[in-house]
Design a protein around this ligand. Sequence first.
Ligand code: PMM
Length: 284
Amino acid sequence: MTAAANSVLPHRPADRPLVMGVVNVTPDSFSDGGRYFDAAAAITHGRELVAQGADIIDIGGESTRPGAQRPTVQEELARVIPVVEGLAEAGAWISVDTMRAEVAESAVAAGARIINDVSGGLADPQMAVVAARTGAGFVVMHWRGHSHDMQSRAIYDDVTADVCRELADQVGAALDAGVSREQIVIDPGLGFAKTADQNWVLLQHLSAFQQMQLPVLVGASRKSFLARMGSPDGGPVPAEQRDFATAAVSVVLAQAQVWAIRVHDVRSTFAACDVVTHLREARG
Ligand code: PMM
């Protein structure tokens, strides 16, 4: 990773997207539920992802699986802050995956440099204020509501146009709160108030997001719309076996030249990016 110490966001290498590795410090995430709930295990896992080349480590203490119940703010702080502290000097940028301004502010004080808010400022009115005050990077994801009923909100006239417009409104609100454009990253929010079909449409129309002239981050890793990809019997494969399909999506994302890819398995993501780089550079 090449990043000036004082830049707001990590610099994207010319030949591949940045790779954001996920560390979920939760008992119930759909993708790696409970494996890194213990702070020491989470820190060890984060260090492994850095050793594998992750440019950014995304640390979250709230599961956003459909139907999940929210932890209290104290529970979330107790999960996230020790892990941020433990990884702050590990050699990657740290992002904190939270919808709470209080957690974001404490995480930035503990060493996080990016606030990854899956609600894009909508869940907590203080979030954009904290982003503005801290000057941290700010991932604004498209969002329509909390997990317990988000899938009932997956109704669009034109999913790409609607998501772009709503995301532009979220970005506008962040700018109004004093966040600078240089801090902002946008994310279409695959799986958040979207059906499987809608996720595929969004992946097909990434250029619509790129036309917003902001860095684009995409998180498809292990999500349920990939559950049946390559399934031998047509049934859903467990989340941890979805890294093959995730890597295939990463090829698409690298070809589209997105800014960053959010994944659980960093190694297969680098392999996917290498394939795209070699294909692009092939001569003869
Ligand atoms: N997805 C999840 C959590 N955080 N953050 C961003 N910016 N984009 C995403 O798509 C996203 C996210 C849900 O996945 P997980 O439970 O495996 O972390």
